[in-house]
Structures are given as structure tokens and as C-alpha cells.
Design a protein around this ligand. Sequence first.
Ligand code: AHR
Length: 658
Amino acid sequence: MKNKFVNSLCIFVSTIIGFSSVIAQQSHVLTVKANHPTATIPPTLWGIFFEDINLAADGGLYAELVKNRSFEFTNPLMGWKEIKQQGSSILVINRSTTNPSNPRFARVSVQSEQPYGIVNEGFRGMGIKKDTGYVFSILARLKEGTIGTIHVQLINAKGDHIGEESIVISGYEWKKYSVHFTAKATEPKARLKLMFDGKAVYDVDMISLFPHDTWKHRAGGLRADLVQMLADLKPGFIRFPGGCIVEGRDLANRYQWKKTVGPVEERPLLMNRWNTEFAVRSTPDYFQSFGLGFYEYFLLAEDIGAAPLPILNCGMACQFNSAEVANSDDLDEYIQDALDLIEFANGPANTKWGKLRSEMGHPLPFNLTMMGVGNENWGPQYIERLKIFTKAIKDKYPKIKLVNSSGTDPNGERYDYLNGELRKMNVDFIDEHYYKSPDWFLQNAKRYDTFSRNSSKVFAGEYAAHSKLSNEAVAKNNWESALAEAAFMTGLERNADVVQMASYAPLFAHVDGWQWAPDLIWFDNLHSYATPNYYVQQLFSINKGSIVVPIQLKNEVVAGTDSLYATACVDKQSNELILKIVNTASRQQDYTILMEGVSRLSQLARVTVLSSDKLAAVNSFRSPMLIAPRDMQVNVNDKKMTLPLLPLSLTVVRVKMN
Ligand code: AHR
């Protein structure tokens, strides 16, 4: 189907080329100067930002299917339902003095001949796939009785069994039991039913169900289809874990990396700050199990070839929520966390934190080179704390680059103050965030053209165009927003000597559990799809190149004239010239591209087009490829080619320089 489409597109393009001599007379000209490098493109330019928002971690990337597996939610039986039997019961026991990181477990007393059961609803159900293997595990001991059996059953929406096994529990000591089975059917909203047999009292904790087919088949790992989507972006870096999640509503609820490493059963649960953030999208069952913690994060970064960029709390809670700050005399703990994270990532196995990394399975360092201090923090209180952090980190690790906040907006009083102060400090990176209208993105395509080349570098750490064409969450990722981002990104690439990293936000959203839209990747329990915004990110990332060269329209940068936005670069490795041209007009524009400063070019250029004639168009589970890249070829004649720039399109051209 795709080939048929590409063929017809080629015929269509050839027809246009047939008319090229006529068109060339009237068409406009874009001139590329391939031997005038203006900036070096860092390998980190296009990256990703992962935050546990919209069920991105628990219920998303982290492949655990059981919700509230350890009975630690505020309501300890949330997500669980009893199948009652007279005389049988469940009790939640708290042993916080002896086990503060995993205080609760459940005591199930079965006193009748009839089995008693509990059912877990999963994260908006459990996505189960036919013929796929699953591993069920549980920490258990008998409190009374000599032997007990737990029947483990997967049930579909109708209540039919689609997979089952049993486990015999014996002994009075805590022990991990596990059993493997294969699902007989596919079900997006399955549930896990546990039936306890025999007259006995069972203590149970860490009730878990994972598919075998996790990313790289790692036990307790990540959802493979979602990681693959990240890998396909070929990101230069991965920012983690936030976002507001770093700050917490108050300091007690801030993200603390040390509580996310080591055995999963010892990682204390925390309420997710997005649980209560938006009254209209309240998500009372949203918590952080930290099964996807800092070790898994570093591993993920390594797997997909992205440089890790962890963000740490700088002693300030979210200023929108509580505005609580740690007294500057009390910052030591926060600073120590930052220093220890560097040791965890890079330290030899004979250091305290390097040893833990090694014991967790990664003796070699993760090669951490940069770190963020604070998320969207602002005001003099931020600068005061940042100076203390910077000194401590740079004294011990002078090579680590630091990323610093410029607040919540790319302009205004807060931004001006922070931008000024940070540049006075000559910081490594200033993190700018913009969630703005598509129009803002178009108007700001030249934003960085006038930034200082010899001062701090910019990290466009969070951005997304927020379209108003629809109020429906998934429809916010429409072509209008993606096209505006593409236009803006030409400005980022053109200024790659200033903007050295950029990441869209947020990354993931579960269709049944989101709090924030638009988002780059939408998923449900079984599937996921890439938005048009994803394809824009991908096209820029996989066509990154190594040096920027000028592309001009009437001797000017291409940033709005004739509704066009463009950038050009040379990929030194493949020796190709790469052009990215965005046509925001709703008419086709035919342009002659003149490529100067090259001795010879191949006669065919590879062209990839992302387009839709409707600004409101979106991808969906039903039509995931409605707006997706289409490939074709265009003739190059004597360093010249005629490009039909489709209405509302992003066109990427790669042409070999011989
Ligand atoms: O991306 C969603 C949120 O937007 C981030 O957590 C925060 O940094 C920003 O306000």
C-alpha cells in the first residue's frame, strides 16, 4: 500500500519535473552555500524528555501490570476487589518501624472450604497478548496452616480465564514465589484474579505480573513497543525524571533518586504529583512505584544511545504549589544527592554508589557528563541555591556540565532576571520552556538568530505548540501544531551553536489516564501510535547532519518569507547535503534549489515529505500513519533541482556530494 502510494507520488513528482523548465522561469529560488559552515551541530541536539506524567511510567513504560502491588497507596486496597467468602478476610498490616521503605503487606485469612479471592484491575485494565508468556511473582509466607495454594488467573472483560497457573505456599518465612504461563487470548482490559485455597493465613506483598517480551527481555523491565518508539527517534539525550515531578508539591514529596535504586521491594512508593494537580483530570490512583528508577533510566539511555541528563531538586519545591524552599544552610543533603548521583553513574565499583550500580548489574560507568539543577525554579532564591550547588559540583567534578532553569516562560520578568543572572554566571546551559500557540512558534523561528554566540548555551528543555483547533486531548497533536514546531525547529538547527539540546514535552500519554495534552506518543494497554509531532522530531533527528550551512531566500535566512522556513546542513559522515524546508502556506510552492560550493552532486536526491492538507488532521490508533513520512526521489541537474513544496508540508532533502 505504502509502495503504491510512493510510486504514484513519484509519477506525480516526475510530471512536475517535466514541467520544470516552465516552472523554473517563474518559481522562486533557495540558495544553499555548502562551503560556508556557520555552526557545528552537537550530537545531542535532538533529544527526549521523559517525565512520569499521563501514566508514562507506572501503567506505561514500566511493564508491571499490577497496580498497587504492595498495598502502599493512600487507600491500601485501591485497585483490588475482594471475592468474599464467609469467615475469610483481608487485613492490611503496617510494619513501618521494622520496614520503613515497604511498610504494608496484606494478611489473607481463609477459614472456609470455599476459596477466597482478590482481583487486581491493573492500570485501566491489563493489556494481555495471546501466546505471550507472563511471569507472576509474589512475596509470601504462611502465618497459620501448613500449606496453601494460590490460583493465579487472568480473566478477560467477560470473566473468562485467558491464562492460569497455581503456586503452592509453604513455610513461615518471607519468600519470593514465581510462576510462568502463556496467555490464551488477547485482551486490552484483563484483570488478575488470585484465589487462596485451603484453611490457612497467608501474608502477601509485591504481587506482580510482567510479560516476558519486555524490552531486551529483561525481567521486571520496560514495555518493548514504547521503548522502540523512543529508540526510533535516535535521541541525542534523555532528560529525566522531570519536570515538576523533580520539585514535588512540597519538599517531602520531591523526587529523591536514592529512593529509586536497589531492590524494587525496597523503593518507597510516592504519590505522583500529577495525581491531584488538575481537578478536571484528577487521577487518584496515580503513584510512583519507582520500578522505573534511576538505574533503569541510565540503562535505557545507554540502550537507545542517548546521553543521560538527570535533573535534580535544588532545595526548592514547586513554586506554583507550595513554594517551599530548603533553608540555604540545610542544602547539604540536596547537594550530596547530586554528588552521589555522579558517583552512582560514573564511580568505580569500589566507591559506595559505584558499588551499588555494579551490584545492580552494571559494573561499567554510565558516562554521565551533564546534570540539571532544578526544573522550573525562579527568583533570587533559585540563583542563591544554584551558586552553592554549582560550586560544590564543579569543585568535585569540573567536567560535568550543568543545566539551569530560566523559569516557566521564554520571556517576561522572571525570564529576564534569570537569563541575566545566569549569563553573568556564565553557566553551561540555560533551560528554556515554551508551551505556546502555533503562531508563537512561527513568529519565534528567528528567536536565537540574535543570541550571543559566546555566552551560555541554550537547552530548549520543554516545548510544544498548543493548538486551539480542538478541545479533545488527542486532537491537540494535530498537523497545525506539528508544522509550527517544524518551522520553529529550523530556527533551532540554524542556531545549533547557541541551542545545543532540545526536547518536546511531554513524551507519553495513556489515552485513559492522561493529565496533560498534547503529548508526543499516545498509547493504550496494548498499542501506541506516533503523532505528527513525533514524525517531525524524528525527521529532524535522523537527518541531523554535522555542520550548519546557509540556505537563503533573497539573501536572507528562510524564516517566514513566502510562508517558508528552512535550514541546511552537511552530514560529514555520509557526505550529504541535507535540507529541511517547511511550507506553511496552504498552496503548493515550487522552488528551485541552487546548491553552491560543491563540486559535484549526485543526480538523484532522496526526498521525504510529511504533509497533510488539513491543519486539524491527527493520527490515531485507527489511522496511525495518516500523517507519516513518504519517500521519493527528485532529479538534480547541474547543482540545481526543482522541488514541489506541498501545501502545509515539511520536506527533507538528502543529496550526496561527490
Ligand atoms: O511537561 C509538563 C510540565 O510542564 C513539566 O512537568 C513542567 O516542567 C512544565 O511546567
